[in-house]
Design a protein around this ligand. Structure first.
Ligand SMILES: NC(=O)c1ccc[n+]([C@@H]2O[C@H](COP(=O)([O-])OP(=O)(O)OC[C@H]3O[C@@H](n4cnc5c(N)ncnc54)[C@H](O)[C@@H]3O)[C@@H](O)[C@H]2O)c1
Length: 307
């Protein structure tokens, strides 16, 4: 990712020193942030619980140093994973609160904590409480597609929410003025928190619906592709393909976060049924594979016996 005019952006802190950024979590999102920010000539350090991730970032030159302490930074970008390490389908926000406690202890007053990780409703305000609002807190959820990093990477249109008006002022300056990211500002941080998980829940539903149709066709002797092609001739309908089940660490855990919030407010959630469909679809695929293998086996045995 390159900065078109390659001009170093002046973000001095008034004492003639450049403001410093710390990226916490150097996976896909953290390293894309680091790559983008260092391409703008900004002073970027990194931190990760995985030594391998830190080393990779140092080796590729996207961070200057590994942070040994959280002291002395002006901007903290939280990009850590938010799924349970033992089950990636389940959200896990302990890491975010642990990071907040470390920033509360070591971070300097007035700095900005930007949460880029996907979080559930209410998390940003918990972080603000841990920091006792000594630092500002905003949430600018990521939208990212690794195969199209220029177009769908760090500096595409992003939704921005902040805990308080002073936090939004800092967020606007950092993400908007310094990083040149087009921002869609929302009044309440909960809207920004929900935005990302609703986007991914919507996608989850669309895929689960395709999976349901595929099973319905398979179980009643109809061709799913023909049905899908026929439906998709309509101007406002787009049925997705049904592939190998809903994977990755984003859609399953983000829809889980949404389901929890929605069930609290509505009492039930359509996502619950979609998750059952996805589970059923996976066993449907496994069964299909097993019967395919069984139908191939006798032929290969007879071939072998001929040899
Ligand atoms: N990858 C995407 O396409 C994408 C898109 C939008 C949002 N997100 C969200 O961004 C966040 C990060 O996603 P990712 O794809 O970069 O994940 P990732 O698994 O590639 O990287 C996460 C990194 O965070 C580190 N980490 C975890 N807990 C930590 C802690 N307590 N302290 C320090 N480091 C810690 C891990 O070691 C890892 O290197 C998640 O919340 C994800 O849902 C990801």
């Amino acid at each position: 990712m390159s900065n078109s005019n390659n001009k170093k952006i002046d973000i001095s802190n008034g004492n003639g020193k450049a403001k410093k950024i710390l990226i916490i979590g150097l996976g896909q999102i953290g390293s894309s942030n680091a790559e983008y920010m260092s391409s703008l000539g900004l002073d970027v350090d990194g931190f990760d619980i995985s030594e391998r991730s830190v080393q990779r970032a140092l080796d590729s030159g996207i961070i200057r140093n590994k942070a040994t302490s959280f002291a002395g930074y002006d901007y903290y970008l939280v990009c850590i994973s938010t799924h349970n390490p033992d089950n990636m389908f389940v959200p896990y926000l302990e890491g975010i609160t642990q990071i907040a406690k470390k920033i509360a202890k070591e971070g300097k007053s007035g700095a900005l904590v930007g949460i880029d990780s996907t979080i559930s409703r209410g998390t940003a305000n918990i972080v603000l409480d841990i920091l006792e609002h000594r630092l500002h807190v905003c949430h600018v959820p990521h939208r990212f597609f690794i195969l199209e990093k220029e177009e769908h990477g760090v500096n595409q249109m992003r939704v921005a929410g902040a805990c308080e008006e002073c936090c939004m002022k800092e967020a606007r300056h950092f993400y908007g003025d310094i990083l040149k990211i087009p921002l869609h500002e929302v009044e309440k941080i909960e809207i920004a928190e929900l935005c990302k998980i609703v986007e991914n829940s919507h996608r989850f539903l669309e895929i689960a619906f395709a999976e349901e149709l595929k099973m319905m066709c398979d179980n009643s002797g109809l061709d799913f592709k023909q049905l899908r092609d026929a439906i998709n001739t309509k101007w406002n309908t787009k049925i997705l393909d049904a592939r190998e089940g809903i994977g990755g660490h984003c859609l399953p855990k983000d829809s889980h976060m949404f389901m929890f919030t929605s069930k609290e407010a509505v009492g039930l959630s359509i996502i619950e049924a979609a998750k059952e469909i996805d589970k059923k679809y996976r066993s449907h695929l496994a069964q299909q594979m097993a019967s395919k293998a069984m139908s191939i086996e006798p032929r290969s045995v007879s071939k072998q016996s001929r040899a």
